[in-house]
Design a protein around this ligand. Structure first.
Ligand code: IMP
Ligand code: MG
Length: 177
């Protein structure tokens, strides 16, 4: 285990098992629909790569870079730093996310994409922190519901570090100093 990790919250094995289960559900729902999996960079990359390879039906991928204006209270605006390449009109879209916290970023992203008239739009997140929710956003597929704790690993960072840990864990206090 990494020296700055206090405790592993979700092991590599647990993640692998859960992804296989979710992939089966996605395959059943999207068979013959050629879904477009949209990843919100950067945190999702690790989950995205594993999830996308687990889904054994015809499907495509695309990415967006979106940020919400945190800090000051929300303006209802997102900053789209990189938009989709694909035209999603009439497509079945599944947004993949690493973690839903307040839900603000994703709520705005959903509204933004809905205006382009996809045939359907669903959300699949590895982690969900429902206690922190500030919007009425509900994910359609949730890997693990976790308590209100800051986690790193498996794509999730603290100041851009720890994304390459193969598990999801909680940092020791000294990691923040
Ligand atoms: P929100 O749902 O708009 O509040 O923001 C979600 C984003 O905040 C995620 O995509 C992560 O980048 C980041 N985030 C939220 N909680 C955590 C955490 O526990 N660890 C690392 N990043 C987090
Ligand atoms: Mg993120």
């Amino acid at each position: 285990m990494h020296e700055l990790i206090e405790r592993v919250l979700i092991s590599e094995e647990q993640i692998k098992t859960r992804i296989a289960q979710m992939a089966k559900e996605l395959e059943a729902e999207y068979k013959d629909k050629n879904p477009l999996f949209v990843g919100l960079l950067k945190g999702v990359v690790v989950f995205f790569a594993d999830m996308f390879r687990a889904v054994q039906i015809p499907c495509e991928l695309d990415f967006m870079v979106v940020s919400s204006y945190h800090g000051t209270e929300s303006t209802g605006v997102i900053n789209v730093k990189k938009d989709l390449d694909a035209d999603i009109c009439g497509r079945h879209v599944v947004i993949l996310e690493d973690i839903i916290d307040s839900g603000r970023t994703l709520s705005y992203t959903v509204e933004y994409l809905k205006s382009r008239k996809p045939a359907s739009l669903k959300i699949c997140t590895l982690l969900d922190k429902p206690d922190r929710r500030e919007t009425d956003l509900i994910a359609d597929y949730v890997g693990f519901t976790i308590p209100n704790e800051f986690v790193v690993g498996y794509g999730l960072d603290f100041n851009e570090r720890f994304r390459n840990l193969p598990y999801v864990g909680v940092l020791k206090p000294e990691a923040y100093s």
